[in-house]
Write a protein that binds this ligand. Sequence first.
Ligand code: T1G
Ligand code: NAD
Length: 712
Amino acid sequence: MAPHPAHPTQDVVTSRREGSVFVITIDHPPVNALGVAVRQGLMAAIEAAEQDPEVQAVLVLGAGRHFIAGADIREFGKPPQPPLLTDVCNRIEACTKPVVAAVQGSALGGGLEVVLAAHYRLALPGAKFALPEVTLGLLPGAGGTQRAPRLMGVEAALNLMLDGKPIGARQAQALGLVDRWVDGTDSVQAGLAYARELAASGAPVRPTRDLRIAVADMPAASQALDAARASLNKKYRGLFSPARIIDAVQAVLDRPFDEGLRLERDHFRQCLDTPQRQALIHTFFAEREAAKVPEAGRAQPRPLDRVGIVGGGTMGAGIAVAMLDAGLPVTMIERDEPSLERGRANVAKVYDSLVQRGRLDAAERDRRLGMWSGATDYQALADADLVVEAVFEDMAVKSAVFAELDRACKPGAVLASNTSYLDIDQLAKTVSRPQDVIGLHFFSPANIMKLLEIVVPDQVADDVVATGFALARRLKKVAVRAGVCDGFIGNRILAVYRLAADYMLADGASPYQIDQAVRGFGFPMGPFQVADLAGGDIGWAARKRRAPTRDPNLRYVPIADRLCERGWFGQKTGRGWYLYPEGGRAGQEDPEVLAIMDEERRKAGVAPRAFTQEDIMRRYMAAMINEAANVVHQGIALRPLDVDVAMLYGFGFPRYRGGPLHYADHVGLDVVLADIRAFAAEDPHFWKPSPLLVELVEQGRHFNDLNQSKQG
Ligand code: T1G
Ligand code: NAD
């Protein structure tokens, strides 16, 4: 069908008349984002429909997998170009002919606001509806805060805006967000049928702005707003936009529509100007860019249909659950039958607790466990496509396992190690197929933590790296490419800012003060709470292993050793840095720990000094940023954004600060460097400014300048 004469084809928005229905299709791959050309095209199409006397109804569609994934996020921070999306939505709503939105795939943010501005809404089974603006530090800025409550009530609309998560077609229908749920996958035919039916029945236009649902039950609406306000500090700690969302929705109850729209616009601009918005949008694109690595650009992944796991302990079991959750059959190898049974039980325990908490039904548990098999004979791995080794952190033990894998696994199988610190290049040299060896560094608990460091040794083949990234997508992990060094990206940087925290302990700060400062910055936990959660014995073993090669010039703080010598390993022993009465997870400050610290300071001849929260965070962040810069400078991380993504997804770095190197750009590299130089006056061995940091400051550049895509 030729394009409509009144609305010549613009390549991102096309339109045609099908009888009395004017069909407008947004076709702007990959996600039909509402960039300026789409907005202009939509505005022109509605005008054309309005002018055409043959037209009795209008149908809005999105081509491809998504309806509309929202505003074009890349436009934020740039001068807004007309028409604004608010105006496009107002024009759709003001159309004198019924406008139908037929949704397949995602209708997110501005995309849902277009749906809300339409007069009738239809959803196909795969449709997803969300207002995820809060995840970008924003709020719905094209009428969503005013129209959603009018259509689905205040509470449901608030939930959609404050958690930013998608709801499905059935739930959207139940909440009044869509009028029709139509089975099938063809939104064109379903939409046309609905539009024709409306035209034939003379259905009226239904401007959402005129709907009264939101105010139908004022007490419930006010209660929902009060409850949301009360949850701000707990659920949205540190975030700027949630409070603005609540204010804007409040306007639905006490202001006319257009005034509410003006308030929404004003709050949107406030959010747009915050560093949080910049950081959250950096995070959005960084996690996608992190998956673009040279190797994956040069090669296709190898097949991935069944996997093996050697070791059924903390990590082996967690990795097995992650694989089973992704539908990958798992064969687990353990040293002996009792260990294997422990491995099976560790896996089953995860699923049993999910069933007990109603998060998984028993049949699904059994189905997943049914894909688990175990053996002590490596022959059982003969047809595995990929094997992850997760045995003791000991080179000799791991080398022996890799020798077995080299003997038993089929040609082309990917041989991966989950080692935290050991040299994967050395491990690769122990087998006849070093090109098939890679590091897949999961984080504990492996079925929960999103980060997967893909550690790339010298001899690895491109398609093995590509397979690692494909596995990460399959497991819904966020993958980051890392080079081989002690601790790769995350643990290496952790070791340094953790040392900075220990030095503050030795010089007068308390672990509780430091944890409070770090939580205040936005981390879920401070370093001493993390140590108690992971178990002080792991760090102690690492310190003992490193003792022979430790740099004698570097100060050594023995306080943690004193606690470990007493068996105070943290939550698993009921006390560590904190006391955990009755095995609770909420730690209490422990005066005996403070006494041990005073004793160690006295022995070291240190006169304790006071640290403000700001002092603590300047040192903590300076140490983190400086080592992160070294990791980029030495090519362990491809780009600064890789470090940011690793710290965001593996080490609890607050999303709304964008990661340590985005944060460094925000506070000013010259400020960070000045701090490091000031601290170096006290301790030049620990505080050595990273050459990259010095170079960028001298050149007046930023870490973000180095975030160019490295796809081959
Ligand atoms: N703007 C610009 N680019 C976008 C985009 C967007 N809204 N959404 C995705 N992309 C790019 C993405 O960077 C990637 O690019 C490619 O599309 C594929 O995405 C006024 C203020 C839709 C569920 O927050 O959640 O509307 O890496 O890899 O896994 O009130 O993308 O290939 O170069 O993620 O299939 C609100 C964001 C905006 C939705 C698809 N909307 N997008 O997931 O593919 S704010 C969002 C997503 C707003 C209004 C407000 C997901 C997706 P590249 P992908 P996917
Ligand atoms: P763990 O002690 O809980 O489990 C190790 C398992 O390996 C045990 O069940 C043991 O029976 C088994 N095993 C030992 N030798 C074996 C052999 N020759 N053949 C088969 N099985 C054998 O240890 P974990 O915490 O799961 O750590 C495993 C690996 O993962 C280590 O390299 C560790 O550094 C790494 N890692 C640990 C964490 C963590 O937080 N625990 C995080 C990331 C990576």
